[in-house]
Ligand binder design. Sequence first.
Ligand code: FAD
Length: 476
Amino acid sequence: MGRAFVYVILGGGVAAGYAAHEFVKRGVEHGELCIISEEPVAPYERPALSKGYLLPEDSKKSFIVHRVLNFGQIRKSLIVESSMALATVELDMLAQEIGSRVCGGEDDPARLPAFHCCVGTNEERLTPKWYKEHGIELVLGTRVKSADVRRKTLLTATGETITYKILLVATGARALKLEEFGVKGSDAESVCYLRDLADANRLVNVMQSSSGGNAVVIGGGYIGMECAASLVINKINVTMVFPEAHCMARLFTPKIASYYEEYYQAKGVKFVKGTVLTSFDFDSNQKITAVNLRDGTRLPADMVIVGIGIRPNTSLFEGQLTLEKGGIKVNGRMQSSNSSVYAVGDVATFPVKISSETRRLEHVDSARKSARHAVAAIMEPEKTTDFDYLPFFYSRVFTLSWQFYGDSTGDVIHFGDFLGNSFGAYWVNNGHVVGSFLEGGTKEEYEAIAKITRLKPEIEDLTDLETQGLGFALTL
Ligand code: FAD
């Protein structure tokens, strides 16, 4: 049994949704495009899973929608108030994270179909009906178990062979498991990972049954930080455990990290740093009662969330495509070592002009833009130049919200009010600004730091840059 398509997108996550949208914009014909995804639902905005999806249902009574004026442009802002937290989120970027509360006007936490791609980026919401109307075949709940790039075929777990002319690999990544670090027991009922909708549903159930109890969050990256905030909002006591000296160690400086850690501590979160989980304690029903750490600490736990990193899903292409830095190596057109295969999103290692090297990024903006770029290169090759991407990453927790652009290499210059809620940093490497970070900025301020990072201005005097602070970006 088999079917043939001109274009096949393998994977049904963020990049797949944006790629499909771009295919339609560029005039793909009915019946030419197919998306195959292991997930049972159409592509959705994955960041919602650690934000709006985890909001407790009882926060609905204190839900207030505000419209605010921002620099002459009408911006909408939501204030989500629960008894333990106040979170301010912007509708234009965050509709996908609040989901039905915004789109359907209902009171429940974000649920599909409210955050299907590309909601939140001022594009239409691509529900299964949209794919049908545009003649796109959605093959859901179907894992591809092997690929043959020479024959241009994919074999699904249901035994179907799907043939393509052009393949767009958007298989993303999977969460690393504790077992890969020698710790057993992570299949226990109250141990949660968070990568897809099934994980998020499980996490919501475990949170609901742990209300008032203790959670241990393993990992101090953005999954750990965002989940910890959601746990607090769900009235669960949280201890975060990670081996580094501070949270978000790959990006934050000690000074930036201490701001967020103090904020979390004020919300009741405890931090145990410089150590790792070594084992779980179970009761006679095989329910987790505590976690044991390498430094000898034993932490009581009703539930555990593990966010210790991801691994790109490249295994189907090992030995067939060139891999680099853990991902599928592509050129500036997102084309792999086989000219009929393109790769985008978390699974792609691509040339990042601003840092003059190839990088694999694990951020939603990169997934969206690389997907669009690959489709442009496929459909209109003569009009498409090399991808010129400025790395961008953001996170929102409680009332906090930050954005980062570029590279976090070189000297760090902090600026702003670290006692208030508007501060930031520039990274200066070889005499040029290469990265910038801002907490609590306005749209215009974020645009300014993005612009300055792209322009890479020369810096003669670091002290002067520190004095000027955000003003340097705003006046450039
Ligand atoms: P994914 O969205 O992971 O999609 C991959 C798809 O491929 C999945 O549907 C998967 O099932 C499918 N697949 C894989 N292998 C196969 C196979 N063999 N057969 C069939 N299907 C397959 N980034 C930010 O910048 N800011 C954030 O705030 C943020 N928050 C996040 C919160 C969470 C909870 C998570 C998990 C990620 C977050 N990210 C965030 C990262 C962002 O979501 C990813 O960078 C983005 O989803 C990558 O898109 P992708 O399409 O490459 O991969």
